[in-house]
Design a protein around this ligand. Structure first.
Ligand code: ADP
Ligand code: MG
Length: 363
């Protein structure tokens, strides 16, 4: 089912300010859409409006062609999974999963088929007759997912469903949710503050900050073409390096005269209206180049502060002459030493330019 939000806004009763404003988005049928953003930015508010649990203050919401602003939750054909999944402790896993179908007075044979199918998909078929207290936290979370899956909804809503699981289990569940989504073939809207979950699972990401959409699109666009400084910093780990400076004769001059960077030809073209203006350059840690004694263009000096070597690669935390921090990623087998002067180079094919005044990407 396609979900459309048309200029949606939300103002909670008793609050002076709108929590969300001008939310415009289209989630296509069968999308796995991740609503991403820092805590308090309004993610759950959006999801709860889609579920019908929060009223809509302004704008229009459609499921397909149907206006749903006033439709109560039970008539929306949705299923929702929360971070805290309250299972009925006295019921078996089977009965927990069957409960909503029994309430809907589905035929027993149909209930049995759906519960067993979902249990197989979630690999909890061995525990169907266990009580929630007898299975692990991860398995309980699967039961909560199963309870939603059996309802075979047109829209599947999830609010930080993996937050209570440990790191290993979270990683495993990410892959399983992708598979489950493929099998169910249902529009899924998934809320998280975790960029890794968004980047690995989403067909479409919506990144919010302070109730405003910062960017929407495919995961790789967020990494490779962040539309503003906030997006650039929110996506990617280590965090992108940013440095302020001015354009002079087509060359970027970093603050405090730290270094100069010559943009490539296509960036030069985009920057032609920025002569003498302040811009911010972003470069991801893995896009720096090692020192090259035969090529000193786009070079900068630094002082190596801390090295975190993971074997495969190392993050080198360096300080520039004005005390500014950069993080540089290099292959693990390159030799660097702490407390040494070290030069690196900018790869001028990998630069992101932002207008300092607006924070927006210069296109
Ligand atoms: P997120 O899920 O991104 O962490 P929420 O949607 O839960 O953010 O909350 C967004 C903002 O709305 C927060 O400032 C929060 O305090 C406020 N908020 C959430 N629910 C209510 C409510 N029922 N009444 C008033 N303010 C609320
Ligand atoms: Mg929330």
């Amino acid at each position: 089912m396609k979900v459309v939000l048309n200029n949606i806004g939300k103002k909670y009763e008793g609050r002076d300010e709108f929590t969300l404003r001008n939310i415009n988005l289209e989630i296509e049928d069968k999308d796995f859409c991740v609503v991403l953003g820092p805590s308090g930015c309004g993610k759950s508010t959006i999801l709860r409006m889609i579920a019908g649990l929060n009223s809509i203050t302004e704008g229009k919401m459609y499921f397909g062609d149907r206006l749903v602003n006033q439709v109560p939750p039970k008539d929306r054909d949705i299923a929702m999974v929360f971070q805290s999944y309250a299972l009925y402790p006295h019921m078996t896993v089977y009965d927990n999963m069957a409960f909503s179908l029994k309430m809907r007075k589905e035929r027993n044979a149909e209930i049995d088929k759906r519960v067993r199918e979902a249990a197989r998909m979630l690999q909890i078929d061995k525990y169907l007759y266990s009580k929630p207290s007898d299975i692990s936290g991860g398995q309980r979370q699967r039961v909560a997912l199963g309870r939603a899956i059996v309802r075979n909804p047109s829209i599947f809503l999830m609010d930080e469903p993996l937050s209570n699981l440990d790191a290993k289990l979270r990683e495993q569940m990410r892959q399983e949710l992708v598979k489950i989504h493929r099998q169910m073939d249902t529009t899924t809207i998934y809320v998280t503050h975790d960029q890794t979950e968004a980047m690995t699972m989403a067909t479409k990401i919506i990144l919010l900050n302070n109730g405003i959409i910062q960017q929407q699109g495919k995961p790789d666009e967020f990494y490779n073409r962040p539309e503003n400084v906030f997006v650039a910093q929110f996506i990617g780990s280590p965090t992108i390096n940013l440095i302020q400076g001015k354009m002079k004769d087509g060359i970027f001059e970093a603050e405090d005269d730290l270094f100069r960077v010559i943009p490539n030809d296509s960036d030069k073209e985009k920057l032609k209206d920025y002569e003498s203006k302040e811009v911010i350059v972003g470069i991801r840690s893995e896009r720096f180049l090692p020192y090259d004694e035969n090529n000193h263009t786009n070079e900068f000096s630094s002082h190596v502060d801390v090295i975190e070597n993971l074997g495969k690669e190392q993050s080198i935390f360096v300080k520039l002459d004005n005390g500014k921090d950069f993080v540089v990623t290099m292959p693990g087998y390159y030799k660097y030493k702490q407390n040494q002067e070290q030069k690196f180079r900018f790869d001028n094919e990998a630069l992101h330019f932002f207008d300092k005044a607006t924070g927006k990407r210069i296109n």
